[in-house]
Design a protein around this ligand. Structure first.
Ligand SMILES: *Cc1c(COP(=O)(O)O)cnc(C)c1O
Length: 375
């Protein structure tokens, strides 16, 4: 059996090697490292893929979130509601900009922000909601949009983990995750579903005026060369990264299908185990792109299973081990532990199994067998 890896970027590279190497060579020959044609072409191709009117590339997914909040004109003191159970980047930029993060609980089945908790957290100072489409599946956007509309709030989708997934609205219409709210953001960190070979990120919006604002902010607040109309940042996707992304974008649906197929095999082998709760695909196969295959280990057996898998050389991860509201940097005396019941339980239950595009049946059988034999 091939060695099992949490993420297998080398195996994936073999499939696009000739194309990536050739386009790297082109960029090197042209020395168009910044804002070269690769960046513009990738931008247009991603707009087409997502059905987004505007894609604004930037340096990473954290910057994308920060730039989104700057672009919407959020000001110190404004409250921004986001999920307690996510990667810290989301809450980090809220705090960094002097905005007030308001963390709320998530739903235990989907791992995503709980609309009822969002509603409860709204105050006259609330300006935006940031749903995170965790592990590859959209938050409940029907309800988030309804709440946002009723309270005149902006919606920024943190789509770092769900690029390529579809969201099915209650009325039957379908949109790509990330192009539902006012702005969507993503990360091209190497291990993400669409990853480059360094750092990269992007913002998506269908709003022409907002897109213009964002394009200036990523470029030092310049709308005309050497005229700085607003305070901006320097956040660019470079041409080498764009070249990798152009090679991978046409394969994104296949990559996501490979993840989904692996996830289904995991679930088929594990769903009868009474100590496990496998991840739920909530509304049609295309709604989940399995950035992570995170399952819940019940009855207090998570940490023992983790140790056992490690002893068998099966890599696994805990996303995330500590709720954000309990992190030193993000503690707030206004929080009440009783409001974080689900996150507090999930951090003790979740375990993520190896998930990437190169998993084979032998590896999946070995992993599931090892788990079922142990618990
Ligand atoms: C990866 C990730 C980010 C940050 O992306 P970077 O490119 O690493 O800055 C933000 N939010 C979520 C949910 C992520 O998974």
């Amino acid at each position: 059996m091939r060695k099992i890896q949490m993420v297998d970027l080398k195996g994936q590279y073999q499939g696009i090697k000739d194309q990536v190497n050739a386009s790297f060579q082109d960029v090197l020959e042209n020395t168009s490292f910044i804002n070269g044609p690769e960046v513009h072409n990738f931008q247009a191709e991603l707009e087409h893929y997502l059905g987004a009117k505007h894609v604004i590339p930037c340096a990473n997914g954290t910057d994308a979130l920060q730039i989104a909040m700057m672009g919407l004109g959020l000001k110190p003191g404004d409250e921004v509601i986001t999920a307690d159970f996510t990667f810290a980047a989301t809450v980090e930029v809220i705090a960094l900009l002097g905005l007030t993060p308001v963390l709320v609980d998530v739903d235990k089945e989907s791992f995503n922000i709980d609309p009822a908790a969002v509603k409860k957290a709204i105050t006259p100072k609330t300006k935006a909601i940031v749903p995170v489409h965790l592990f590859g599946q959209s938050a409940n956007m029907d309800e988030i949009l309804a709440i946002a509309e009723a309270h005149k709030l902006f919606v920024i989708e943190d789509n770092a983990q769900a690029i390529g997934s579809n969201y099915h609205f209650k009325d039957g219409s379908i949109k790509k995750a990330g192009v539902i709210g006012d702005i969507g953001t993503t990360s091209f960190f190497p291990s993400k579903n669409l990853g480059c070979y360094g750092d990269g990120g992007a913002l998506f919006t269908n709003d022409e005026k907002l897109a213009h604002t964002l394009r200036g902010i990523v470029n030092h607040g310049m709308y005309e060369r050497y005229h700085h109309d607003v305070v901006g940042v320097n956040s660019r996707l470079d041409s080498l990264q764009a070249a990798v992304l152009r090679a991978k974008l046409p394969k994104l649906d296949d990559y996501n299908n490979a993840r989904r197929t692996a996830a289904k095999k995991y679930s088929a082998a594990l769903e009868k185990n009474e100590n496990l709760q496998v991840p739920q695909i909530l509304n049609g196969d295309d709604t989940h792109v399995f950035h992570q295959y995170s399952l819940r280990v019940l009855n207090g057996k998570r940490d023992d299973l983790l140790k056992h898998l490690q002893s068998k050389d099966i890599p696994c991860g805990i996303y995330y081990p500590i709720p954000l509201h309990s992190q030193k940097a993000y503690k707030d005396s206004r929080y009440n532990e009783a409001d974080f019941k689900n996150t507090n339980e999930l951090v003790k239950e979740v375990i993520a199994l190896p998930m990437h595009t190169e998993l084979d049946d032998e590896q999946i059988s070995f992993i599931t067998q090892t788990i079922n034999d142990f618990i």
